[in-house]
Design a protein around this ligand. Structure first.
Ligand code: ZN
Ligand code: ZN
Length: 175
């Protein structure tokens, strides 16, 4: 959804509130695309601070499905992000991008709400997602999900140096 900012910009102290549906169904990052499994409308307030500066505040909540770092099972990850950002409309688009190092969510006198939410999400993405703290992961030899099954190879040492020694031992035994 796009919001026209010209009305709020027309007078200092002017403010408007909006409720906006989130328009995207998947969140793209450099690491992958995560489906949005639940979302609530974004509540957004825009206040004219004077001198062509705007204050954007509000809250967005949504749930993304993100694979567990260890076993790759999809994990629902809930985000509830309060935000407050000042926007200087005196800046050109290029200056703003350089300043914030982010995708432009202001184009001309319009605010791209989806882009804005994506920008907030980027800042709140967890470094690591686990289905549970004691997730056993997948076997690095046969790919079995060790939370659900035990495979034969899980008995062997995990230490790669030990594994290499064992491999030599096995191939020597084969000859
Ligand atoms: Zn897991
Ligand atoms: Zn295995």
């Amino acid at each position: 959804m796009w919001i026209h900012l010209s009305e709020v910009l027309s007078a200092e102290g002017k403010e408007k509130t909006y409720t906006c549906e989130i328009g995207f169904n998947a969140f793209q990052t450099g690491n992958g695309s995560y489906p949005v499994t639940e979302k609530s409308p974004v509540s957004l307030k825009i206040v004219n601070l004077g001198e062509k500066r705007l204050l954007l505040s509000g809250r967005c909540s949504l749930t993304l499905s993100i694979p567990c770092d260890r076993c790759l099972e999809e994990v629902p990850q809930k985000f509830d992000i309060p935000f407050e950002r000042e926007i200087d409309m005196n800046q050109t688009e290029e200056e703003r991008i350089e300043d914030l190092d982010e995708q432009p969510y202001i184009v001309g006198f319009q605010l791209d709400v989806d882009r804005f939410v994506e920008t907030e999400l980027f800042l709140h993405m967890p470094m690591k997602v686990l289905c549970s703290d004691d997730c056993k992961g997948i076997c690095d030899r046969c790919g079995a999900n060790l939370n659900r099954e035990t495979c034969g190879c899980s008995q062997e040492p995990k230490d790669p140096r030990m594994a290499a020694i064992l491999d030599i031992f096995h191939s020597a035994a084969d000859q």
